[in-house]
Design a protein around this ligand. Structure first.
Ligand code: PAF
Length: 280
């Protein structure tokens, strides 16, 4: 099925108004394009919950720092449309930057809570305000019933979930479990940058988290378990940004023994930065 492609908010709303009139529900999958199997999996999951799926393609300038090259972000709209059509997306919303941020746009969302816990925010300080602003706009523009987000970007998932609750946006955010390669490495568009040797080493990030989770379950304290995981990664040649145990909802440093925990890691292997997380 070839999905319909719309570029304006008005055209998007004409399509969704038709669905609503027919009593259909719909999910949105926000993306920046460069569609891979992680995205198409979100479409598949969206189709399990809703009658229709919208995928948005927008490379959001607001979440790039001045030092990050927005112009170099991979773009292949024809390829994306083909892959999304195959996955079953009904509608693609791919607006120009001027449609999303017309001249004079002056409102952004400022976050605290899970957006300010010293994880990704420590390395990309403006990132989540930019993400929250564009995601809030996409939720309002689409008026979708469900929003599909991968658990792989765990902090993003928690930031968006918190924002929806705080701003009373009538949409249900669905966290979709990470899709993994056969050996357990989390699927990511960045994996293609790994050399053959690095690809073999890369699995250590998931294994170190699994080992830490097992140790915590057996009674070892989380700090000690994540310190060992950090050492394990360093021995494997990683430059570690963080390996940490956090409250699974607030992402705060755990204070009590019986809190639900999430182990979260970010580490460099050569020139590639990998992230992963698992439940304890
Ligand atoms: O995860 C992404 O691709 C982006 O951060 C998102 C959610 C599409 C917002 O631009």
């Amino acid at each position: 099925m070839k999905p319909k492609l719309v570029r304006t908010i008005a055209a998007l709303r004409r399509e969704t108004a038709r669905w609503r009139a027919e009593g259909l529900t719909y999910a949105v999958v926000p993306t920046m394009g460069a569609i891979h199997s992680g995205h198409t999996h979100l479409v598949t999951e969206g189709l399990k919950r809703a009658d229709r799926v919208i995928t948005t393609i927008f490379v959001n300038p607001q979440q790039f720092a001045a030092t990050e090259d927005l112009g170099k972000y991979p773009r292949d709209e024809d390829g994306d449309v083909r892959k999304l059509g195959k996955a079953g997306t009904h509608l693609i919303f791919s607006p120009a930057p001027e449609e999303m941020y017309p001249a004079g746009a002056a409102t952004t969302i400022t976050l605290s809570g899970p957006a300010k816990v010293g994880l990704e925010d420590r390395f990309r300080p403006h990132f989540f305000d930019g993400v929250a602003t564009v995601v809030a706009k996409l939720f309002i523009q689409t008026g979708a019933d469900f929003a599909m987000f991968g658990e792989k970007d765990y902090q993003q998932l928690k930031v968006v979930t918190r924002m929806v609750s705080d701003l009373d946006i009538p949409i249900e955010v669905i966290g979709v479990p990470t899709v993994r390669e056969d050996d357990g490495l989390a699927k990511s568009s960045r994996n293609v940058y790994l050399t053959k040797t690095e690809r073999q080493q890369a699995i250590a990030i998931y294994r170190s988290l699994q080992t830490a989770a097992e140790r915590i379950r057996s009674g070892i304290n989380p700090q000690s378990a994540t310190r060992s995981a950090t050492r394990m990664l360093m021995v494997q040649g990683f430059k570690v940004d963080y390996v940490t145990a956090r409250n699974a909802e607030s992402l705060a440093i755990p204070q009590h023994k019986d809190e639900p925990l999430r182990l979260i890691a970010a580490a460099w292997l050569g020139k590639t930065r990998l992230i992963d997380n698992i439940a304890v």
